[in-house]
Ligand binder design. Sequence first.
Ligand SMILES: [Zn+2]
Length: 141
Amino acid sequence: MESSPPLSSPPLCVHKIEAAIKISWSDANPATRYYGCSLGPDGRCAFFQWIDARPTILQRNYIAKLKRERDEAREQLRIQTCLARQAKEEEEEAWGKAGDMTVLNHELEEELAALKSRRWWLEKMVTLAMLLLILLIVIVG
Ligand SMILES: [Zn+2]
């Protein structure tokens, strides 16, 4: 196990600039700080120096367990989000159908009112025809 240098004085990298503190999340060295070149991926040099002691097997196993639990929690969250979205879509569809039913109901009520009105006129016409028939029988007979 390497021991850590004080954090107050970062070492200089190959570029002679202060190295940046980074954190390794590899399976072999999870949650372990190290110094690396502070330049971006294109200009960075190969400078590398551990800050923290390398993790023990116990620490590695514990971090691996935490990563698995995190991944499971993410998957659960993904499933829950998916189910919530699905429920919302179904709710919107149901509201749409309810709206269609309201429109259909209104159309049927209008049709029914028109039919009632037509029946009222037909009844009047039948009555008038019968009166005319009776009058004709009276006149002719
Ligand atoms: Zn560098």
